[in-house]
Design a protein around this ligand. Sequence first.
Ligand code: GCU
Length: 654
Amino acid sequence: MSYTKCWLAYAPMGGCHRERLTLACMEAGDVLEAARDELRRGLEGLYGASVETAAGHGDITLEVDPALEGEGYRVTADSGRCAIAGGTPVGVLYGVFALLRAVQLQACPWEQVRLEEEKNPSSCLRMLNHWDNMDGSIERGYAGNSFFFREDAVLVDEKRLTDYARMLASVGINAIVINNVNVKNAATWLITPRYFPQLRQYTRILGRYGVKLYLSVNFAAPMELGGLPSADPCDAAVLRWWKEKAAEVWAELPLLGGFLVKADSEGRPGPFTYGRTQADGANMLAQAVEPYGGHIIWRCFVYNCQQDWRDVKTDRACAGYNAFMPLDGQFRENVTLQIKNGPMDFQVREPVSPLIGSLRHTHIIVEFQIAQEYTGQQRHVCYLMPWFREILDTDLKTRPDNGTVAALIRGKGNGMAAVANTGDDENWTGHDLAAANLYGFGRLSYDTSLSPQQIAWEWLRQTFGQNPPVEQTLHQILMRSWPVYEKYTAPLGVGWMVNPNHHYGPNVDGYEYSRWGCYHRASFDGLGIDRSPTGSDYCHQYAEPLASLYASAETCPEELLLFFHHLPYDYRLKSGKTILQHIYDTHFEGAEEAAAFYDAVLHLKPYLDEAVFARLEARFAHQKAHACEWRDVINTYFYRKTGIPDGRGRTIYP
Ligand code: GCU
């Protein structure tokens, strides 16, 4: 299947033609060759120039400068001369992409391009987690099937993999996990000779772009593959099995980065089965992979998914902190804990997980989700960078100087990961605008100081070329999309009002009467979850002054009010509106704004490629209709619970 080039289209820049450019590269090697190829491809596309290799100095010079940080780069361009230096070949490659980005943003003849940019990555690990299954399906995939797996085979589509690696490198992503964290069936066998030849090709193809391959592994592999009676991490035979396995795996895949593990979560096996701690499990694996420079990424999404609703003290939000905080400092150097951004599960709004700030002696990765599981499943537009920006800027107050999430993920062993949003759809991400989340996540992980506005501009310019009506309209839509989605879905941080299992579309009580522990507790007397000291006291997992701030409804930020408090429907918000009226208003407004998005997109027809317009038109039409469904289901539910009509007399449809 053919596919689009996303933001690497390098469409000709009108009026900036240039016949010829020369390029000199001081050293040889695969990654530098990839850097040269990219520069050639980019400049040929943008300027229509032929790019020739020069000995000595050229218009552009690429070099490795060990004085720079490994994945850092420095680009200077002025009066037709450009020097790109990187601490390593990967740094050079990043510098090349920085130059190409700047050329497109400046959109001027080559001689006029000016750039002075020196950057080092904000964090070491900038990863994507693919939840691809080996049958070719993707758990929470909204853009077709896997381009890694089909019918239990590992696909090696060199062209598509290379183009994917180029996209990732262009935004600074340096690692991917290709298989789902829920490792079952054939996926357990990825660490066996059955799949080594194909995986070796992956490490080669990805490695050329500075992207490391990681694999999710099954904690029970010693039983399933090795026939051992247990997977107890403190059993010497189990450790021996993993040591032998690691020796075998790294002999075959020397470039492998390491393993990602989901243990003791949602039915997956783990150390709890044997009365051991999460540290016992992670350290055992870490010991096995350590001789090969291997790395264990251990997820903190550990909670009891068999909850009794009457037990208000057991709160899923508390679980990650309770399981991992006591273990701080016990993990080996090559272990990183991966923590979801919020304590629940990628809702449209959640507080930042307190575990992120509280661990002091443990490496951490913050896990985001660009697969839009709860944010419109790539049928609704929902540009997540404004949300991620807020998360990175949140100061958890656990450090005397700077306790922001962005500061906490700096340094060795730390980073950011996102559940990926790509599949084998022609445009990679289903919704054309969802590619902005892939682009944006990468950019933000490399440079956590970027603004969502800037990222959106960059992405639009590189994706659609110089196209002012498209840039302006879509920029506005992107920037409004997350607040609008929030308005017509679940109010004031309460989350979860979705259909069970597939998680799409409104169903207020979908999870209320099931065991998963994601309640909203809407009742005749009010709505929201009491996480103050009278409830689960989750708020005291935060340091002061956040704990007190969240503990009181008076001071709790309103966008999270119902995440922390159960309040009556006539409770007055700062706007003077009651909670109920706020729900009505935001749902009416959100649906209206979604309709306005659709109208705005219709005006772009003359300025967009036909196929792109057709895809956008269909998705925005669906969003408009589906936002009405959300509005009606939610408003009707609360109208019927309370018997109080809309203060503005609008019709609430059944
Ligand atoms: C969510 C998601 C699951 C996924 C899980 C995880 O619960 O719905 O599909 O497996 O998160 O992050 O492990």
